[in-house]
Design a protein. Structure first.
Lengths: 295, 83
């Protein structure tokens, strides 16, 4: 497979969503050839729900071009016990990768399943020997099942400063045995910086930036908790102004970025105003990426 | 390197208690106390002691909104990518 990055630099793309609202917002970008690479969360339709025709066509198109990235959402690498669940997910991943050609496959740092909760939002775990061993084992299985490079995305949510300060080292230790890549979500960095009063530059410096192959850009929202506002990675709002210079900085300090993906959930795209904002945020992201000096 | 089955079982029990506690919880002090009672070793206990009140409240909302159990649906349907 030819390299994703070439003389024109990293490729810009979208995280595909199966809802019609996403299609309406994104169609002008696809029609104009502005979406250079696509990311697909393959496991969201493992329940048997058929992909709409337009989505299937996009997946086929980007697959044929060698520009399709896989991004799972339900593996839950840190769920202790329940090996049957992990094995079943990996078996399904192997089948997915036999049926569709992805460049690489990523998942999320965290756990979402335990006890009788079999799905949810990912939560962090402490950086202990036991969780490190578990995470490495799960990544090795994922890599074996996919037969592709595998990576992990940093998590926005943190229970406290320990989670924030150690996530970079934890990710590096997890990825090293499989020579995996880091999917660096810049809005997630922004959330932690805002929630814990830290500098985004300092946070970035604590991550294994040489492992970054893919960047995520998105928006979010605010919640109230204990009398304070908390920044949330809800993927349903505009990209905060501060995240664009963070993208420019990340492109300079992450020497191996190949793809920059804009994420936006369909529920945040109810009308033309939101569609216009979606396309404006994508084009602003693309402009910054295309301005970046190519190799 | 792999963890012993007994250790994994303890971690699994802690995680299950965490999700159950968060799903039912609203008061950060009460949630933290419940999690400390289930922390099976000093490292887990130290970890829980560092939990921020705001983030416990947010985590509880996340589990109530997105957590799926076999006999119930989450309040947030679909959209598994947002936190």
């Amino acid at each position: 497979m030819e390299p994703l990055i070439d003389q024109s630099g990293p490729k810009v793309g979208l995280a595909l969503m199966p809802e019609p609202e996403f299609a309406r917002a994104a169609f002008p970008l696809f029609a104009a050839g502005e979406v250079e690479v696509a990311e697909w969360s393959f496991d969201v339709l493992w329940d048997g729900t058929p992909a709409p025709d337009w989505l299937a066509a996009l997946l086929d198109e980007y697959e044929a071009a060698g520009r399709l990235l896989g991004h799972g959402v339900s593996y839950s690498i840190f769920t202790a016990g329940n090996e049957e669940r992990a094995e079943a997910w990996c078996a399904h991943l192997a089948e997915e990768c036999r049926g569709r050609r992805y460049r690489w496959v990523s998942e999320h740092f965290g756990f979402m399943s335990a006890g009788d909760f079999h799905r949810g939002a990912p939560l962090p775990v402490p950086f202990t020997a036991a969780f490190l061993a578990l995470g490495r084992q799960r990544l090795e299985r994922m890599a074996a099942a996919a037969g592709l490079p595998v990576g992990l995305e940093n998590l926005a949510f943190a229970f406290g400063l320990d989670d924030v300060r150690r996530q970079g080292d934890f990710l590096d230790a997890l990825l090293a045995p499989v020579d995996g890549f880091l999917l660096l979500d810049l809005h997630n960095i922004h959330c932690q910086a805002r929630n814990f009063d830290l500098s985004t530059d300092d946070l970035l410096a604590a991550y294994p930036l040489e492992r970054v192959r893919e960047l995520h850009l998105s928006g979010g929202s605010w919640s109230e908790a204990a009398g304070e506002t908390v920044r949330r990675d809800t993927h349903d709002g505009p990209v905060p102004e501060e995240v664009f210079p963070l993208l420019a900085h990340a492109l300079h300090v992450c020497p191996h970025v190949e793809a920059v993906i804009f994420e936006h959930l369909a529920r945040g795209l109810p009308d033309e105003e939101s569609h216009d904002r979606f396309r404006a945020d994508f084009r602003r992201m693309a402009g910054l990426v295309h301005e970046f000096p190519a190799c | 390197m792999s963890s012993q089955p007994a250790e994994l079982a303890r971690l699994a029990a802690f995680q299950a208690t965490m999700l159950t506690t968060l799903h039912a919880g609203h008061d950060p002090d009460a949630m933290r106390a419940s999690l400390l009672r289930s922390a099976t070793d000093p490292a887990l206990a130290e970890y829980v002691c560092g939990f921020d009140d705001r983030m416990l409240i947010v985590a509880a909302e996340l589990v109530r909104k997105w957590g799926v159990r076999p006999d119930a649906e989450p309040t947030g349907h679909g959209d598994r990518r947002a936190h």
